[in-house]
Design a protein around this ligand. Structure first.
Ligand code: PMP
Length: 359
């Protein structure tokens, strides 16, 4: 059995070393006589695993003490509702920036709870740009501003952090842990785990503590960030295996040299792949240069009629999950932390060979 190179947008590749550790510990965790999956979430052993995961994440992202780290369920999509429910705090309006499919979903969900002011949108450019902040129409009575730093489908990413007077809320699902971030610039950050954090089923929220405590009275307990913070993310049974595995990923990232080292590697990987696309005349990426994603690289072939053959041959060559999102077509290579430089090199070599034979 050979492991292939996996370019899936999520659930995505996990570090092989992490999978090996999980395999070795699967039947019996550290002499406890049972699997981590079979252990009470309130046992001292599991509580230590959860605490260590949080500590490692705090170290990786240099999360300040006045921020709570919450490990939740329901995916990033559940946070589309949790954000207004926790942060409107009696107000009736929020600002959102629309840069693609995931922004749109957050906006649609926000509209259930308040007036949404779309402060800027790049829809006219088919989501191939990020609107400069000096063009944004911010409202003066918004409870928060929500944006999507990296659009997983369009492959468009902010190279800068918006500066606003209200709490800044970021859906970091497909960018978190790809490089260092200044957490103190944000009111709240959230992310589904299944890209750079760990397996699906776990959702991360990082929120400034002074924003807790103002949730809508109708906010379900399971969506209330204060409830989660007060209960160390164990108001109910957490997804214990996913949390354990995320902890292994965090420790693996620390072993790799932390997020500065990951950023260097990720920039090298993305730089090579974009260069191969731009230098080809056969492949194309539609995103403006300054806003190209480090993690999700969409590209088209000069002849869409060759898409099927490209995907078939890529799969035969051990390069999996390169099909673009169903809403945009073409190809997409997601090159998260666990996708090695060797995987990117193999993809580029395949693309060049395919072009020579079909271009
Ligand atoms: N936001 C972004 C940026 C995403 O990429 C995704 C998933 N691909 C989501 C939200 C939705 O995440 P989930 O499936 O965890 O609800």
């Amino acid at each position: 059995m050979t492991r292939c190179y996996n370019f899936c947008a999520g659930p995505a590749a996990l570090p092989e070393a992490v999978l090996e550790t999980a395999r070795d510990e699967m039947l019996e965790w550290h002499g406890a006589g049972l699997s981590i999956m079979e252990m009470s979430h309130r046992s001292p052993e599991f509580v230590a695993v959860a605490e260590r995961a949080e500590q490692s994440l705090r170290e990786l992202l240099a999360i300040p003490e006045d921020y709570a780290v919450l490990f939740l369920q329901g995916g990033a999509s559940t946070q589309f509702s949790a954000v207004p429910l926790n942060l409107l705090a009696g107000k009736n309006k929020a600002d959102y920036v629309n840069t693609g499919q995931w922004s749109k979903k957050a906006i649609a969900e926000g509209l259930r709870y308040c007036q949404v002011n779309v402060a800027a949108s790049s829809e006219e450019s088919k989501f191939s740009t990020i609107p400069a902040q000096d063009t944004w129409q911010l409202s003066d009575d918004a409870a928060y501003l929500h944006y999507t730093p990296n659009e997983t489908i369009g492959g468009v990413e902010y190279a800068w952090i918006p500066q606003v007077d209200v709490p800044l809320v970021a859906d970091m699902s497909s960018t978190i842990l790809s490089r260092p971030i200044e957490v103190s610039e944000f009111g709240a950050i959230y992310a589904g785990a299944q890209k750079n954090i760990g397996p699906a089923g776990l959702t991360l929220v990082i929120v400034r503590r002074d924003l807790l405590g103002a949730a809508d009275t109708k906010c379900p307990a399971m969506l209330n960030w204060e409830t989660a913070a007060d209960n160390d993310s164990m108001y109910n049974t957490p997804p214990t295996f996913a949390l354990y595995l995320a902890g292994l990923v965090f420790d693996w990232l620390l072993d790799q040299g932390g997020l500065s080292a990951m950023e260097q590697l990720n920039r090298r990987k993305a730089g090579k792949l974009y260069a191969a696309i731009d230098n080809s005349g056969f492949y194309a990426n539609p995103v403006e240069l300054a806003s190209r994603s480090l993690m999700n690289v969409p590209f088209t072939l000069a002849d869409a009629g060759l898409d099927k053959l490209f995907l078939q041959e890529a799969e035969a060559a051990g390069l999996l999950n390169l099909k673009g999102h169903r809403s945009v077509g073409g190809m997409r290579a997601s090159i998260y932390n666990a996708v090695s430089e060797g995987a990117v090199d193999a993809l580029i070599a395949f693309m060049q060979d395919f072009e020579q034979r079909n271009g």
